[in-house]
Design a protein around this ligand. Sequence first.
Ligand code: NZQ
Ligand code: ZN
Length: 359
Amino acid sequence: VLVHYGGQSAKKSGLLDRVCEALKDFDIDYVTLGGVVPNPHLSKVYEGIELCKKEGVDFILAVGGGSVIDSCKAIAYGLGNPEVDVWDLFTGKARPKACYPLGSVLTIAAAGSEMSNSCVITNEEGWYKKALDTDLARPKFAIMNPEITYTLPDYQTQCGCADIMMHTMERYFVLEDTMEITDRIAQDVMKNVMKYAKILKKDPENYEARANIMWASSWAINGLLSTGKSTAWSVHAMEHELSAYYDITHGIGLAILTPRFLNHILNDKTVDMIRDFGINVFNITPSDNKMNDAKKAIAYLHAFFEQDMCIPMTLGEVGIDDEKLEIMAEAAARHAGGTIKGVVELTKDDVLEIYKACL
Ligand code: NZQ
Ligand code: ZN
């Protein structure tokens, strides 16, 4: 087994030692490799692949969050497809045929990689952040003990909650090909995340809250909330450029972008969808003025991120100015195949306008 982990947290909490002791108890040989950074790097993936080949590893175990799990997935793809450079799988130059099995001991409720089919890696040469989505990489198991997330800094807890909210919203905001029961489940997931995110702000060791948020992190992205409907990933496509170029925390980027994105797409076609979100998620009392109701919904979402979760809600606050907005907007559109084909099609100019509204 390769036991793969991040910076300090798993060592400091003693979790890594507990995992290694458990492997020893079962006479399972293992090697360890730490140092995965948030927005995980391709160079660490190459290092992992080489180590696994040298040591004859045939199972990858993540002890960490989305970044560690994604690094594991990429190593597992590399081992399963030795004839190609693993990065070619992310650029679409080659298709994966296999993937080594992996599992996780989850330490943060956020990305949901513990149950998702997705793997997101950053190539430091050029700062390309790319996702590879196939069922081959779905983990075989995830060990999810909410108590392990007690040690999370408040900031990471809130970023995680924002990411979970957004995995739900990206699936929820669809104009055609919708499915009411799936949307109703999504509304409850969002309400649940908001309720427990607020509790965790005051009481980070509240087991009930940690457990609900942890379970929501998996449900928001494991496919349940896409059943019977199409799915758009507009905000993620724009955020991945921010965290690739500026290495910001993924959940923060999403929170900053989303209210501006919703404002940008608000028109006669989308007004009912956004108003319905306000009524069902924020309990807004419907009025005769649909447009006002929809604007209220967006304002409530902004206030939830800013006031309840204390998330910095401008790009300036996370160190991003207007210098690379044009480059990032162009990259976001290009990486999505020319335009972002989400709930509303976004061109490079749309993306640029949304970025500018976030400054
Ligand atoms: O490195 P250590 O020291 O472990 O610190 C981590 C890291 O700094 C810390 N942390 C984790 N568990 C902790 C803890 N600190 C104290 N106590 C604990 N129990 O938290 C920091 C963030 O960890 P990270 O793994 O980066 O968080 P997250 O789960 O949010 O993952 C983010 C990555 O996942 C990608 C993002 O783009 C980003 O690269 N995503 C992956 C997805 C997927 N595979 O399905 C979907 C998502 O949309 C997302 O794009
Ligand atoms: Zn996400």
